[in-house]
Every structure is written in structure tokens, then in C-alpha cells.
Design a protein around this ligand. Structure first.
Ligand SMILES: NC(=O)c1ccc[n+]([C@@H]2O[C@H](COP(=O)([O-])OP(=O)(O)OC[C@H]3O[C@@H](n4cnc5c(N)ncnc54)[C@H](OP(=O)(O)O)[C@@H]3O)[C@@H](O)[C@H]2O)c1
Length: 330
């Protein structure tokens, strides 16, 4: 109850920010980002578009990968019209396809660019059951598995950049508080939903994918520490905001739900704040493996903080991205 009141009034937490802080406000004291290069997935709309706009405002050089080059050119044009000196490169990437992720990384590497920030923001909430080209349930494939492979393939570049520049690299995984709705066996549930349409439940699939983002953060931070890499990884809940995420469910009922929930909704600039805070704020130097909401560290679900589950998901993910055409998940 107290937490809800704090949220509604925008009470400031230990970070100095709260639920009503905007992405521009949390980056006001950030170091100059002009020497940094950031990849932001899902920047064609919603939270990712605002994250890109604000990081461009701070001077970061942006790589905006998207399924539609037209949509990412439009996103770029919007930013450049506001900040004409922005340096933005658009590229093709469909996160639901592992081969598309590999092609994107090859194209990015051909630029011979440094990489300081990786913001794994793209996401979907799929009403209908679908299977990716790689034979994996589509929400999981897009929200988690594509980002798992993307991060894995870009990690060496991030570690090298951090070493060469002395500037800490940061990875931000955009998850959701809905990850706490999932209980049960992660791998078994994924397997059932992938193989059998009747086991598909859109909300459960979305919650599972967002739990996977949390577990990925946990395991990756552990591995980065063991490697003594000057790169951190954290995950965030952006808050609830009306974006194109609910595009599959547009209609009167969705309008009504959003109307009834309007007091609890954030604006898009507020929803991009936690990502921008975690990606840039000096206070988070060396902070890794944590979960943030309203720009403050909070606890994940019990399952989300389970190291055994995190390691198990990592091993299954390695198999899934290995190219095995009929992966055995468990
Ligand atoms: N909105 C909320 O209330 C809320 C709450 C908690 C967490 N989140 C998380 O916040 C993140 C951003 O969501 P949003 O609310 O800003 O939604 P959005 O407006 O629908 O943006 C999603 C972005 O992801 C991209 N995307 C979807 N599928 C993709 C694919 N296969 N390959 C590459 N890009 C893909 C979309 O690109 P296209 O233009 O190609 O569709 C779009 O740019 C998501 O991870 C979401 O789960 C949102």
C-alpha cells in the first residue's frame, strides 16, 4: 500500500529520482556521452525511441537496428530534426531470427566501431501462438533469445572497448515487473509452449520471456565478474505505459483497461527514465546484476534471483543458439 502511494505521488528514492522522473531529468548530471557508442534495440517506437532521443541529446553515437529500415530511418529523422549533430546509423535486425542477429553483428563489426552501451529494449506481447524460424516460441525468441545471442556476439567488442578507453561498458536489459507472475519450471514451460499450441497463454509467455531477461542479467553479471571485464549488466522495469506493445489487442476493451489504469500509467519520457539512468548515471559505476524500477534498485521475484535457474537457462540458451535444428531444452 505504502509503495503504491509512493509510486502515485512520485516519491523520490535513494537515487534522487522516482516514478515521475523523466529520461531527460535523470541524464542532466550524466557525463558527456559524446565519446560513447550505443546500440539500442526497438528504438522505432515507445520506450526505445525516447531512450534513443535522450541518449542522442547527450551526444552518444547511436546504432539503431530494426526489422524495418524505413521505420528506423524515420526514427533517425525524428532525432536528427531535433538534434542535427546526432550521429546515427540504422541497420536491419529481426530479433526473432538468430540468422538475422548474426548478420546484424557481422555488419556492425564491419564498421570497426567501438561499443560502450548495449540496450536490449525491443519486445513484443504476442496474442497469437507463433514459432520463430529457429523453432522457438515467438515471444521468448524475440524478447529473450535474440537478445541473448546479440549480447553474446557483441560482448568481446564491449570488453575490448572498455579496456581500450578505460570507460565502463554497460548492458541494460529491459524486463518487466510481470516477470514475477511466472512460477514453475522455465525450460519445461518454454518447451511445452513451443511444441504445443494448446499450452500457449500470451501473458504467461510474456512473463516467462521477461523472467528470462532477469535470469540472463544475473548469470551474465556473474560471468563478467569472473572475467574481470569492465562491463556491467543490469535489468529494468520501465513502468506501465501505453505504447505499441499492445498493438495485437487494440480495441474498446484495451481502451477501457488503460482508461481505468490511467492513474498508474507513466508517460513515455518517464518510462524511458530507468533505462537511461542505469545506462548512464555515474552513481551506478561498477553496479552489476541488479534490477531497477522507478530509477531505484528493487528486488526481483524469488525465481528471478535463483542462481541455479539462471545457470540452467544459460545452458539451454547456448544449445538453442548453437544451430541445433531440434534442440532438446532439458
Ligand atoms: N509498455 C509497457 O507498459 C512496458 C512495461 C514493462 C516492460 N516493457 C518493455 O519495454 C520494452 C519496450 O516496449 P514498448 O512498450 O516501448 O513497446 P513498443 O512501442 O511496441 O516498442 C517495441 C519495439 O520493439 C521492436 N521489436 C518488436 N519485435 C522485434 C523484432 N522481432 N526484432 C526487432 N525489433 C523488434 C519494435 O519494432 P517494430 O517497429 O518493428 O515493431 C519496437 O521498436 C519491451 O521490452 C517491453 O517488454 C514495456
Amino acid at each position: 500500500m505504502l509503495e503504491t502511494v509512493k509510486y502515485l505521488i512520485g516519491s523520490i528514492g535513494p537515487s534522487g529520482y522516482g516514478s515521475k522522473s523523466t529520461a531527460e531529468q535523470v541524464t542532466e548530471t550524466s557525463p558527456d556521452l559524446r565519446s560513447l557508442t550505443a546500440i539500442i534495440t526497438g528504438a522505432t517506437s515507445g520506450i526505445g525511441a525516447e531512450t534513443a532521443r535522450v541518449l542522442a541529446k547527450c551526444g552518444a553515437r547511436l546504432i539503431l537496428p530494426a526489422r524495418s529500415l524505413k521505420a528506423s530511418e524515420e526514427a533517425k529523422a525524428r532525432i536528427v530534426s531535433e538534434f542535427p549533430k546526432s550521429e546515427i546509423v540504422v541497420m536491419a535486425l529481426d530479433l526473432s531470427s538468430l540468422s538475422s542477429v548474426r548478420c546484424f553483428v557481422a555488419e556492425f563489426e564491419s564498421l570497426d566501431s567501438p561499443l560502450n552501451l548495449l540496450i536490449n529494449n525491443a519486445g513484443k506481447f504476442s496474442h497469437e501462438h507463433a514459432i520463430s524460424d529457429d523453432g522457438v516460441e515467438m515471444t521468448f525468441a524475440t524478447n529473450y533469445l535474440g537478445h541473448f545471442l546479440l549480447t553474446k556476439l557483441l560482448l568481446r567488442k564491449m570488453i575490448e572497448t572498455a579496456k581500450a578507453t578505460g570507460v565502463e561498458g554497460r548492458i541494460v536489459n529491459v524486463s518487466s515487473s510481470i516477470h514475477g507472475w511466472f512460477s514453475g519450471d522455465v525450460i519445461r514451460c518454454l518447451d511445452l509452449m513451443t511444441r504445443n499450441k494448446s499450452h500457449y497463454d500470451a501473458t504467461r509467455a510474456y512473463a516467462l520471456s521477461k523472467l528470462a531477461n532477469v535470469l540472463h542479467t544475473k548469470e551474465l553479471s556473474q560471468r563478467l565478474k569472473e572475467m574481470e571485464a569492465n562491463v556491467t549488466v543490469n535489468c529494468v522495469h520501465p513502468g506501465i505505459v501505453r505504447t505499441r506493445l499492445t498493438r495485437d489487442r487494440e480495441g474498446l476493451i484495451t481502451d477501457l483497461v488503460f482508461f481505468l489504469a490511467s492513474k498508474f500509467l507513466k508517460t513515455i519520457p518517464q518510462a524511458a527514465a530507468t533505462t537511461c539512468y542505469v545506462a548512464t548515471h555515474a552513481r551506478l559505476e561498477s553496479v552489476s546484476g541488479k534490477y531497477f524500477a522507478d530509477c531505484n534498485e528493487v528486488s526481483t521475484s524469488k525465481l528471478g534471483s535463483n542462481p541455479t535457474e539462471a545457470a540452467r537457462l544459460w545452458s539451454a540458451s547456448e544449445i538453442m543458439v548453437s544451430g541445433d535444428s531440434n534442440p532438446v531444452f532439458y
